[in-house]
Design a binder for this molecule. Structure first.
Ligand SMILES: [Zn+2]
Length: 261
């Protein structure tokens, strides 16, 4: 799964979970030749746990078996066709379509996994932003966006969803870039001679920033004697010395070296 973005459903704001539950209950009761839930029972089963619903069924319909067994059977039925069967409410499809329209790669996880599981799952997959939306958010026409890089959460008006998501994605990208850059800088040392490079690599280690004559011979010698290979030659060149770190001839480039594994 290659998703940039996930929208989570909470409490059936996006998915018609009530309608689905009613159909599921009817389907289960039909196994016993029962007509299904009356409007009063539908009302009563709102917000019940699966186990409580099973108890209700036993009480109302005299179903055979324990509440645990019945709850298990309904759960199994639900797993069977949850993914294909549950109709999305227009709001969810609309939000997703809007993000896609704006050129943002987005996907929705409407599985019945817990919120915590989803958060961990998509964090692991490297999804940079997570959109969470609940009934109260829907009322206020907002959603909550959570950044993977900082864990920071921001509430965003649904009207500006596309723009905000783009800004946040850029910001996450910049943040990662800055962090990588700082990491490189923190672990980089300017070296003037081959001996310097050797000592640095044997000690603290990291990236050696040196001047280089541009000759392959020197590159090979660096690998042989200091155990490093060229890592990158930045487009933005700096002059950290006059001569090649290896042969001492006039230098042409600035280059980074790192340990070859
Ligand atoms: Zn050289």
């Amino acid at each position: 799964m290659d998703k940039k973005f996930a929208i989570f459903d909470m409490d059936g704001t996006l998915v018609d979970s009530m309608g689905y539950w009613n159909r599921l209950a009817d389907e289960y009761l039909a196994r016993f030749g029962l007509p299904g839930l009356s409007p009063a029972l539908k009302e009563e089963s709102i917000a019940l746990t699966m186990l409580e619903s099973a108890q209700l069924f036993i009480r109302e319909f005299g179903l055979p078996g324990t509440p645990e067994q019945i709850a298990g059977e309904i759960n199994a039925l639900m797993k069977e066709h949850y993914r294909t069967d549950v109709p999305l409410k227009p709001g969810a499809a609309e939000l997703l379509a809007r993000l896609k329209e704006a050129g943002i790669r987005a996907g929705m996880d409407d599985s019945d996994q817990s919120m915590g599981w989803k958060a961990a799952e998509y964090e692991m997959k490297g999804v940079p932003l997570r959109v969470e939306i609940g009934p109260k958010d829907m009322e206020k026409n907002q959603c909550c966006i959570c950044r993977r890089d900082s864990g920071e959460k921001v509430f965003v008006s649904l009207e500006n969803l596309e723009d905000t998501v783009k800004e946040l994605l850029d910001s996450v990208h910049d943040g990662l870039y800055q962090r990588a850059k700082k990491n490189l800088e923190d672990h980089t040392r300017v070296c003037l001679t081959l001996e310097d490079v050797k000592a640095f690599m044997e000690g603290e280690g990291g990236f050696a920033k040196t001047m280089w004559c541009g000759e392959l011979d020197c590159e090979l010698k660096m690998k042989e004697q200091a155990g490093v290979t060229s890592r990158c030659m930045p487009l933005e060149q700096e002059k950290v010395g006059e001569t090649c770190v290896c042969c001492g001839k006039p230098a042409k480039h600035m280059i980074y070296w790192g340990v070859a594994y």
